[in-house]
Design a protein around this ligand. Structure first.
Ligand SMILES: *Cc1c(COP(=O)(O)O)cnc(C)c1O
Length: 434
């Protein structure tokens, strides 16, 4: 497990602006770093992550609130350790994410378990280590939780994930809060769960949870969803059901395209929570993923060759869709900038990786200063849903990950060896029958 040096909190104030110049990131010269570390690699700024955590914590001052980082955004152990050291917990969606979070030192009291498809094994494992709360997404899951908690002689704390039927106005593949989505249950169904909660001997159903989607750039969807949740909370309180926890989910958007994306600020976002939940005395849980890490990450890549096609100029990089899937999966935009040589005349490129798929395209028709083989480029805002979605497609090894912190760097994932890639595979030697 990687060791991570945590700076004294007072150092935060003097932390260099993480993004001051393309060539410098968290005080580290990327050009020189790329002379030591072979590309492609992901670099994360610890200062930038701590700054985001600090902004959110400051906005939450006075509230009984816990930030639970959505591990799926970036599950690297060093990132999780950084989160744990900053007092942040985890929102997990699998046994693997649970084990990573515990391994990184997160206390189970700060871990919440979300997801539509928790298996009986995963639920039992989470109960056994005392995971703080289950965000329950179906009646069947609620009954399974009751049965497994009873078998272990423990009481599970649970929140019902409500589907508020709100349009998050984001990409369809990352919208989760509409009635047609697989997530959560309707308020009508949730109401029945509470009406029957006396039957749950080993589940303390005392929470509400909502998460309407990701990369949300306006406050309105949050406001609508939280109004519905708050209305329901007031109704439940009136009916004598005490609600001790309201989990407002994640979804805060970030800037992928400078000058176009206008993310909402942490304080405006938290003010929406404060307004919607006025008078609520219980704990507020937040599950930001992208907001905490996306802009703190960059993917460093070199140009392998410049290829003149019949109609277009292609810039072929040594990074590919297996290192960063978002462009091929969501048609996502990432700003791409040269690390140096910024003064050459602009040229229009299609920027692609070496994988044998047309979808392995980072950008189409993008203007960049003329590039040559070996040039170093920066694909920006790759800290969330970058390595967490990476694969070894085309038998390409998983990329190196580096944590930067105020002029120093530490490798937090070394290059995957070929032997690791094929570990577990074997010739079909031992044939058996069922
Ligand atoms: C993915 C997810 C999050 C985090 O979403 P971001 O957009 O990265 O903030 C939070 N909660 C749940 C339940 C999720 O599935």
């Amino acid at each position: 497990m990687p060791t991570q040096k945590t700076s004294h909190p007072a150092a935060q104030e003097t932390a260099p602006e993480a993004n001051s110049a393309h060539g410098m990131f968290d005080g580290v010269d990327l050009q020189r770093l790329a002379e030591r570390i072979p590309t492609p690699f992901h670099a994360y700024s610890a200062s930038a992550i701590r700054q985001r955590i600090g902004e959110l914590q400051a906005a939450l001052a006075g509230l009984d609130a816990t930030i639970c980082f959505a591990v799926k955004a970036n599950p690297n152990l060093a990132i999780l350790q950084l989160m744990a050291n900053a007092g942040v917990g985890a929102d997990i969606v699998s046994a693997g994410e649970m084990r990573r979070s515990l391994h990184a030192g997160m206390p189970p009291e700060r871990i919440v378990f979300s997801g539509v498809g928790k298996s009986a094994d995963e639920i039992a494992g989470a109960l056994a280590v005392g995971i703080h709360r289950f965000n329950v997404e179906s009646h069947d899951e609620l009954l399974t939780l009751q049965r497994l908690a009873e078998a272990q002689g423990v009481t599970a704390r649970a929140a019902v994930r409500v589907n508020p039927d709100v349009d998050a106005h984001t990409h369809a593949k990352i919208s989760t809060g509409k009635a047609e989505n697989k997530f959560g249950v309707s308020i009508d169904e949730a109401r029945r769960w509470f009406a029957e909660r006396g039957r749950l001997s080993h589940v303390q159903l005392d929470g509400l949870h909502v998460h309407i989607g990701s990369q949300i750039l306006t406050l309105e969807p949050f406001r609508l969803a939280l109004q519905r949740v708050a209305e329901f909370w007031r109704e439940l309180e009136q009916d004598g059901h005490s609600i001790n926890s309201i989990d407002v989910g994640g979804g805060l958007g970030v800037s992928y395209r400078a000058g176009t994306d206008q993310p909402v600020s942490a304080s405006d976002y938290v003010n929406v929570i404060r307004t919607a939940l006025a008078g609520y005395k219980g704990r507020v849980l937040l599950e930001p993923g992208r907001y905490l890490v996306a802009e703190a990450g960059v993917l460093l890549t070199r140009v392998i060759r410049v290829k003149a096609g019949v109609e277009r100029q292609f810039l072929v990089l040594d990074a590919a869709m297996n290192d960063l899937q978002r462009p091929s999966l969501y048609d996502a935009w990432h700003d791409i900038v040269p690390v140096s040589n910024a003064s050459r005349p602009l040229t229009t490129y299609d920027i692609v990786g070496p994988v044998c798929e047309t979808g392995d395209t980072f950008a189409r028709g993008r203007e960049l200063p003329g590039c040559a083989p070996g040039d170093l480029l920066l694909i920006k805002a790759t800290g969330a849903y970058g390595t967490s979605m990476a694969s070894t497609y085309n038998s390409r090894p998983l990329a190196i990950e580096i944590l930067l912190n105020q002029g120093r760097y530490a490798v937090v994932r070394r290059r995957q060896h070929f032997e690791e890639m094929i570990a577990g595979e074997q010739p079909a030697r031992n044939w058996e029958t069922t």
